[in-house]
Design a protein around this ligand. Structure first.
Ligand code: ADP
Ligand code: MG
Length: 253
């Protein structure tokens, strides 16, 4: 089977104004992701997690290396082509939801499909199906300030899934939530992964959230320092994550 995402020798160097200072944020990352995986990216603060996610999701561009998603090298795409690719083939779940205040929750979910000029009947059907799946059908005509953080995150997830993307990216999706809501969001991501066959790449500093993943990539100084695969029970995996973190050192934030 061909890999869904193939990252080869990815580098990112930030150059300050006039090139006085250089920061190597990513230093030769190579990684293959199969369809249906649920991957967590962990590592200390400043290790390059957000940079990696931003480059994979097309928000930022790499300095070197290649990233193929569904066989297409996004590192070589022109701006317009990349924007279109992002909208059609990737979903993004943000820490602070990024829902629009002036739209109903249903309209928020429909937005990527409206931007993509899908036929209204098709949009209606897709949005209905996703609202049922996420258990938020009764919230359709409410606005985001009417609902809880956990419910907003479900709406954001439904919006991310709406275009049926090849991969969903999430940057600290539990970052603003209490532990009960965090467990709810992680159950939701697990459902997306297992029932909707959604490939997920999630950045988190939280070992509890990470324990829901099937594979964890630990990065340090812009390089992959370790990888672990979940074999069975989530609690066993949680302990394994803590163990790797203590071996690698750092605060893992
Ligand atoms: N826009 C930027 N300009 C310059 N340096 C940056 C920029 N964004 C991130 N960095 C630097 O790149 C490194 C990796 O940052 P980041 O990817 O945000 O790490 P993490 O998400 O793991 O905390 C850090 O040293 C950070 O200071
Ligand atoms: Mg970050």
């Amino acid at each position: 089977m061909k890999d869904l995402i193939e990252i080869h020798n990815l580098t990112k160097v930030y150059r300050s104004f006039k090139g006085a200072r250089e920061v190597t944020a990513l230093d030769g990352i190579s990684l293959s992701v199969q369809k249906g995986e649920f991957i967590g990216v962990m590592g200390p603060s400043g290790s390059g997690k957000t940079t990696l996610l931003n480059i994979l999701s097309g928000v930022d561009t790499p300095t070197g290396g290649s990233i193929h998603i569904e066989g297409r090298n996004i590192a070589e795409m022109k701006k317009d082509e990349l924007a279109l690719f992002r909208r059609k083939r990737t979903g993004y779940i943000f820490q602070d939801f990024n829902l629009l205040d002036s739209l109903t929750l249903k309209e928020n979910i429909a937005l990527p499909l409206i931007l993509d000029r899908k036929p209204p009947g098709q949009i209606e059907q897709r949005v209905e199906e996703l609202m049922q799946f996420f258990g938020i059908a009764e919230l359709a005509d409410k606005f985001q300030y009417h609902v809880s953080g956990g419910q907003r995150q479900r709406v954001a997830a439904a919006r991310a899934l709406a275009p049926d993307p090849a991969v969903c990216f999430a940057d600290e999706p539990t970052g603003n939530l209490d532990s009960k809501s965090s467990a709810g969001v992680m159950d939701m991501l697990t459902q997306m992964n297992e029932q909707k066959d959604c490939t997920i790449l999630m950045v988190t500093h939280d070992a509890f959230a990470a324990s829901y993943c099937k594979r964890i990539i630990f990065i340090q100084d812009g390089q992959i320092a370790a990888q672990i695969q979940r074999a069975g029970d989530r609690k066993v995996f949680f302990d394994k994550i803590l163990e790797v973190q203590s071996v690698l050192g750092g605060d893992s934030r």
